[in-house]
Design a protein around this ligand. Structure first.
Ligand SMILES: *Cc1c(COP(=O)(O)O)cnc(C)c1O
Length: 414
């Protein structure tokens, strides 16, 4: 064996993976997650779909029931709950999204928040007739825009990205025009993991006189954003993926300050009105970001995300991204050495600059393989038609865990 071959073989060993964990300055944080010592779970590779809970969240939820809800009862609305959607939004903007206070609120599902902000954008461009989106975006994003197009008599202009890519500047230039009202793209593509160039694409949309909404579902908490600096108009994202808010925890919405009061959202509820407890006759939107809320905020669903936002703030989003790149880089190394020789394809970008926090690999038998893996406590997710996504949540995932996951896939294929 030549030296390079010996080196490559060593890098594919379990010892090497354990060495990476030992050298990783963030490895200690994996123990901060509940279930991290659970023997049933060999490798959790789906943190991009449902993040693990932090141990701190168990205490926060128990305290909430006992002290806040149990003791303060309805008085607590005035003692903090009413302000919580904007308070969490500000913290998220500070630690991960590059947004100054007063531009983010938490509430609704991503789907509903997306509808509200897209519908508001469309209403602000009444002389334009087209919506730009891509065929590889998450179903809810496509479905919501399909519905808005039908509702408002607009035309959908589709971009079809490469299988292992996403929306590029050239793709966008080809469909933008004087009729474009709104562009909707995901920061990180949910399937390929492609990481879009937000500032460039945003400037392109603006040059065409259009508004742009970025879906941050697969980037919030793992990729640093600079929404204010990048000139982003609108953004939405969910909190149960890399923000570890728990199943069904509410979305966040960002409305750039200069658009607040100008863009009118369509779901006019009392909580988004200027004087919710005035019980007035007609709707008057609240000034500022609160005007983009609708009904009673889902406080219970906002508890756990606060612990993850605090942890990201403590670690620093740039350090989180650094480990994320190291994890996906390592997964690619294992893919090349172990899975590619078994006929598995890669459907994600190779360059770190264009890659988010997960990678997708394809093989015709992955549907059955995934079922077998779940039964063994190796948990990636399956995406039609034959993709396995390896979602590597940086603060809860170790390198040895990635190795065990890939090794289990190898065994199933062999
Ligand atoms: C996860 C995800 C959603 C989820 O929408 P919900 O309304 O929270 O179910 C939407 N869009 C993208 C891009 C996603 O990744």
């Amino acid at each position: 064996m030549t030296e390079t071959h010996a080196g490559a073989a060593t890098e594919l060993s379990f010892d090497y993976a354990q060495g990476l964990d030992l050298a990783d300055p963030l490895s200690e944080y994996t123990k901060a997650f509940a279930g991290s010592d659970d023997q049933d779970v060999v490798a959790y590779l789906d943190g991009n779909s449902l993040g693990r809970p932090l141990k701190a969240s168990a205490g926060r939820i128990a305290d909430f029931i006992r002290e806040q809800w149990g003791s303060r009862l309805i008085r607590r609305w005035d003692e903090g709950w009413l302000a919580l959607p904007q308070e969490i939004g500000d913290a998220l903007g500070r630690v991960a999204l590059g947004a100054a206070p007063g531009q983010i609120t938490v509430g609704d599902s991503t789907t509903v928040m997306l509808y509200k902000l897209c519908r508001a954008a469309v209403a602000a461009r009444p002389d334009r007739s087209e919506l730009v989106l891509d065929s590889d975006n998450f179903p809810t994003d496509r479905f919501v825009l399909e519905g808005i197009a039908a509702e408002c008599g607009l035309t959908l202009r589709w971009i079809s990205p490469a299988n292992d890519g996403g929306v590029t500047s050239a793709d966008l230039a080809a469909v933008l025009g004087p009729q474009t009202a709104l562009v909707v793209i995901s920061h990180v593509a949910y399937r390929s993991g492609f990481l879009a160039d937000v500032p460039t694409l945003t400037a392109q949309a603006h040059d065409a006189g259009a508004l742009i909404l970025w879906d941050l579902c697969h980037s919030a908490g793992v990729i640093p954003s600079r929404l204010d600096d990048w000139g982003v108009d609108l953004a939405v994202g969910c909190s149960y993926k890399y923000l570890n808010g728990g199943p069904g925890s509410p979305a966040f919405g960002y409305v750039r300050r200069e658009h607040q009061g100008v863009l009118r959202q369509p779901i006019q509820g009392w909580m988004g009105s200027a004087d919710p407890f005035g019980m007035g006759e007609n709707y008057e939107p609240a000034a500022g970001i609160r005007g983009y809320t609708s009904g009673t905020p889902p406080i219970l669903g906002m508890l756990a995300m606060q612990d993850m936002i605090a942890l990201i703030g403590q670690v620093g989003i740039d350090a989180v991204r650094e480990k994320s790149v190291a994890l996906t880089e390592y997964a690619l190394k294992l893919y090349d050495g172990v899975l590619a020789p078994l006929g598995v394809d890669l459907s994600s970008p190779r360059a770190a600059q264009w890659r988010g926090g997960h990678i997708t690999i394809d093989h015709p038998s992955f549907r059955e393989v995934t079922a077998a893996l779940w039964a063994k406590g190796v948990i990636p997710d399956f995406r039609n038609p034959d993709g396995i996504r390896l979602g590597l949540s940086p603060l809860s995932t170790g390198f040895a865990e990635v190795w065990l996951g890939v090794e289990a896939i190898r065994q199933e294929l062999s």
